[in-house]
Ligand binder design. Structure first.
Ligand code: MN
Ligand code: MN
Length: 476
């Protein structure tokens, strides 16, 4: 450590000691709309039931990832770990022990108690906390996250044997090659045990247990996704009002991200896609460097992430505020495909065959009518992606197979993309890409369009684009 930092550290030490538990109590004060500890606890109990008697399951937090030198990428928690803990700190491990394990009572150390869940967390550390932020520590994990028991992560190595003792099945997440740093060190004994030969214990991956649970969203989760969707729609509206020829793709991206953060979202749920004209036909274009000229159509696939839950919303606009005839013709097909596909959504329906099938049928009919294709199968030249996917903790969430159930959230996102110079197509359609994407909740008796507040029809979009947004004020 540098000498000039020593005085600061000394002061921090004193403050930290005085502050102690009071600071832990304050930890969760910033966000008052986090999901309740009880919701996370209920999920842990469900996993405990699933793994059955004589089993122990471990779950790891995500590794911290280096961007360059000693600077890390903004931290994002592992989804399954977050789903079970509500914890956003790295270097943590959750152990669920179905038969329970005896520990010293955290309130009265003369007594013993049996616990079924132990969260191993980063130890409190005044020096490191003064650099990288406050930590809950074991006390905080119990007080704030409602854990039965928590320990410092450096104790995990000593506890693995005790936690696994008597277990026939040990659930350990599969090793991933990008697993590095402190969390890799922490979990090394577990991974070593998995590869040891002649073991009497069966190792299994717990991932599937949790991802199965994640497919149907609870009312609390739906509210969180709705919040991310609302923020995304606000951003789309602002961009529509602010967009004008001469702006760069990144300026629209900047406005999306401004509104996301302005409304409290922690991240974009995925890199913002803003593609004008020749870039509108590139599905996941996110270079976003082109200057947008009058006559360009712009695909904007931008969604916010709020408290770890994603939104996924796409709108396509003419940068000058009014669709050309060719753009309008393509747009109307995609919109009709989307509307008819959304109408299909209800419990019991198979997304791939029924919902996607309907969207494809409408697109085939439309392209045939415009003479862009001659046979139905040819549509694949202009629509190369799936028409929807589940949304949740991942933007492309788990649960993409099987029938729809109430509580699932899916996108419906048909598109048509006609690149420059594509043979057999009238050049007036070149460089037109259109995608319209919305988030749809499956309800008991049908569906609810979650992202209705961002305009989708040509009239609504053109009307909104006449208004003035907040993105045109000069920065200097
Ligand atoms: Mn999508
Ligand atoms: Mn999208």
């Amino acid at each position: 450590m540098k000498k000039e930092n020593l005085a600061l550290v000394f002061v921090m030490l004193i403050l930290w000691t005085l502050d102690g538990l009071a600071q832990i109590q304050n930890y969760s004060l910033y966000d008052t709309d986090l999901m309740s500890p009880a919701a996370f606890k209920a999920r842990r109990e469900k996993v405990m039931k699933e793994i059955g008697e004589g089993s122990v399951a471990f779950f790891y937090s995500a590794p911290e990832r280096i961007r360059n030198n000693d600077v890390e990428y903004q931290y994002r928690q592992n989804d399954n770990f977050y789903y079970l803990t509500g914890m956003n700190e790295p270097n943590s491990v959750l152990a669920l022990v179905s038969n329970g394990v005896n520990v010293r009572d955290s309130k009265d150390s003369t007594k013993m108690m049996s616990v079924k869940e132990i969260l191993f967390v980063q130890p409190r550390d005044p020096v490191r906390e003064s650099w990288t932020g406050r930590r809950l520590g074991p006390e905080g994990a119990m007080a704030v996250l409602g854990f039965q028991y928590a320990l410092n992560s450096n104790q995990l190595r000593n506890w693995i044997g005790r936690l696994s003792f008597g277990s026939k099945i040990v659930y350990v997440p599969a090793f991933s090659s990008d697993f590095s740093g402190e969390i890799a060190e922490l979990t090394k004994p577990l991974r070593d045990a998995m590869t040891r030969l002649n073991t009497s214990v069966e190792f299994r991956d717990p991932t599937l247990l949790v991802t199965k649970m994640r497919a149907v969203k609870s009312p609390e989760e739906i509210a969180m996704i709705q919040k991310a969707v609302d923020i995304s729609c606000d951003a789309h509206r602002q961009v529509m009002m602010s967009a004008e020829p001469g702006m760069y793709e990144y300026e629209l991206q900047a406005l999306f991200e401004y509104v996301f953060h302005r409304e409290g979202a922690e991240y974009p749920a995925y890199p913002c896609i803003v593609g004008g004209a020749e870039n509108s036909v590139i599905l996941h274009y996110n270079t976003n460097r082109k200057k947008l000229n009058s006559g360009d159509i712009v695909v904007m696939d931008c969604g916010a992430e709020y408290h770890n839950y994603a939104a996924d919303v796409t709108r396509t606009i003419p940068i000058n505020g009014s669709f050309s005839d060719a753009q309008r013709e393509i747009y109307e097909i995609v919109l009709q495909a989307q509307e008819e596909a959304i109408k299909m959504i209800k419990p019991g329906v198979d997304f791939q065959t029924d919902v996607q099938g309907k969207a494809v049928e409408v697109i085939q009919n439309g392209l045939l009518k415009l003479g862009i294709i001659k046979t139905r199968e040819e549509y694949r030249r202009f629509l190369t992606h799936g028409v929807g996917h589940p949304v949740g903790l991942w933007v492309h969430d788990v649960g993409s197979r099987g029938k729809l159930d109430p509580g699932m959230v899916w996108t419906v996102e048909p598109g048509i993309y006609i690149p420059d110079g594509v043979p057999g197509v009238d050049p007036r359609y070149y460089n037109i890409g259109v995608r319209i994407e919305d988030c749809v909740l499956v309800t008991e008796d049908g569906h609810k369009l979650m992202s209705a507040s961002a305009p989708r029809t040509i009239e609504e979009i053109e009307r909104l684009m006449k208004k003035r947004g907040i993105g045109n004020e000069p920065v200097r």
